[in-house]
Design a protein around this ligand. Sequence first.
Ligand code: NAP
Length: 247
Amino acid sequence: MPGRSEVRVLILGGTAEATILAKVFHVEHSPERLVLSLAGRTVAPDLPGSIEARIGGFGGAAGLADWLAAERITHLVDATHPFAVGISRNAAEAAQVTRVKRVALHRPGWDEAPGDRWQRVLCLKAAVDALPEGARPFLALGHQHIAPFRHRPDLRPVLRMVDAPAALPFPADLVLGKPGDVAAETALFVANGITHLVCRNAGGATSYAKIVAARDLEIPVVLIDRPPPPPPPLLSSVEATLAWLAG
Ligand code: NAP
């Protein structure tokens, strides 16, 4: 490992793991430079004040490569969401071109547990088709992924979003906010008469509460499978990634 003063890290974020990694590495290792990068999808992201952050795209793999070179980055951690395939591809390409050390922090997906009633589907379109006539689904998907549900006017969906959208592509009830704990998710599903949960197999602890709530309430889950993982090397935990950065 270069001397501490030579370590210059870019963490591509948008996940709870990325933020924790940035906080802990900053405190424990005081690198010369540590930047946490977000796409800018949420209006007021939860950012640690002590960490240097940058918001917005780089302009593809070439733009990211230019940025890595200009900022003399030595280590790149791709800690983006498992469904954010574009940025992960760009990160791998840019790291190869610039010879920056890269690793992907790729959290494991969820496994079906006793009591779960999962129907696994390969894509959003299949999730739309999996819902029975007249269902009241809770769509835990994010605003950029809901449009295909406009083809199912028989549904009475409930959506959850962090920021209020300017408009919805179809009639739906809107819940503003972030995922809660199991008690909060259970109360939300009961209060809204939810018959199905539709979500992606994102993995991680933060958004698992809704899966437990669905299990407890015996609500069927339409679970969208993950896209292929980023190119290796992959690490599955914040701890392993801290060790890689420090190693
Ligand atoms: P994506 O399709 O892979 O990325 C689209 C573009 O957004 C990228 O090409 C890049 O623009 C920019 N971008 C993405 N992540 C960035 C980052 N961390 N820093 C700077 N620019 C970034 O990603 P997505 O699915 O739209 O997700 C966007 C972000 O939201 C990701 O950072 C991800 O971690 C987070 N997120 C995604 C999901 C999801 O379900 N997809 C869920 C929760 C959080 P340029 O090409 O201009 O560089």
